[in-house]
Design a protein around this ligand. Structure first.
Ligand SMILES: [Zn+2]
Length: 196
């Protein structure tokens, strides 16, 4: 498959995303680091992969249309956006997977990824919304609405929570997180008939 990985935010001085107030860890940096691990996993599995942002700071990616056009022009089969969550309460924690509203292919992809994260990280809090029968949350995030391929957005953990920020900063954890997402994508590919 042709898979687009979308590391959230343009990075550093343009848009670091959420920042941990204690350590200064930036969401954009974590998103790119995990994206690189995910790129390696997916490439090894035989997929073609593109990242919407390749640099720690890349100003043109601040325009979200740049990201969705890249995916649409390439004819991507899947689009996975990676972010870190943040909340005013420093105790907020856990992971979420988001899709655009309604019953879409993205829901199936999101369910596969959510299930794999839950399996690989049984000690972590899954923040699910089962009101429509699946665990993903739904919102009209720009990149989810404007991408033609099945798309989902993973909020990997809360960067505003010191315990989770320590995980997000850890390269081994980043690699494990990428592995879980890659296995979720593999599960989705199996459901779709083993299409590479
Ligand atoms: Zn974000």
């Amino acid at each position: 498959m042709k898979i687009v990985i979308d590391p959230g935010h343009a990075g550093r001085n343009v848009d670091p995303g959420a920042v941990n107030p204690g350590t200064g860890l930036q969401e954009a940096d974590v998103a790119l680091a995990v994206s690189r691990f995910l790129e390696a996993e997916l490439t090894r599995a035989g997929h073609e992969v593109k990242l919407t942002r390749m640099e720690w700071e890349q100003p043109e990616t601040d325009d979200l249309a740049y990201r969705t056009l890249l995916a649409n022009d390439w004819g991507a089969d899947l689009f996975v956006s990676l972010h870190c969550n943040s909340a005013a309460s420093p105790s907020a924690k856990g992971y979420e997977v988001w899709t655009s509203p309604g019953d879409t292919e993205g829901d199936i992809l999101a369910t596969c990824i959510y299930a794999q994260i839950a399996m690989d990280f049984p000690d972590r809090a899954g923040r699910a919304d089962y009101s429509d029968g699946d665990p993903d949350k739904e919102s009209r995030f720009y990149v989810l609405v404007h991408t033609e391929a099945p798309a989902c957005l993973v909020e990997m953990a809360f960067i505003s929570n010191d315990e989770e920020a320590a995980l997000l900063a850890d390269a081994r954890w980043q690699s494990r997180q990428a592995g879980a997402i890659a296995r979720g994508i593999a599960e989705y590919a199996n459901l779709k008939g083993g299409k590479q």
